[in-house]
Design a protein around this ligand. Structure first.
Ligand SMILES: [Zn+2]
Length: 98
């Protein structure tokens, strides 16, 4: 029982370490990630793969959140991100923005 628990704990730690090496935007594992502060949420530190870094991507959920937040700029603030697909994943639909 004790051995099982410590095995499980070791695995959790390993998973955590691996998770930390994922790109904040596309969630893919990368050996090297480049740090950047989010433009949409300046106190959010991101770690990006080269591709997301070069395309100046932001996390998809964050683009949607900002678009919905009319008090803080709303859709106008992220129009460019949506139009140029500067996020990773499925195309953001109009339904997701209301
Ligand atoms: Zn990425």
């Amino acid at each position: 029982m004790t051995i099982m628990n410590s095995l499980r704990n070791t695995q959790l730690i390993m998973n955590k370490t691996r998770t930390d090496l994922r790109c904040t935007v596309c969630k893919r594992h990368r050996a090297t990630l480049r740090p950047r502060k989010s433009k949409l949420q300046p106190n959010m530190q991101m770690f990006l793969c080269n591709e997301c870094f070069e395309d100046k991507r932001e996390p998809r959920f964050l683009v949607i959140l900002v678009a919905r937040d009319k008090k803080n700029g709303g859709l106008d603030k992220v129009r460019d991100y949506i139009r140029n697909q500067r996020y990773y994943g499925d195309k953001i639909t109009a339904e997701e923005l209301v």
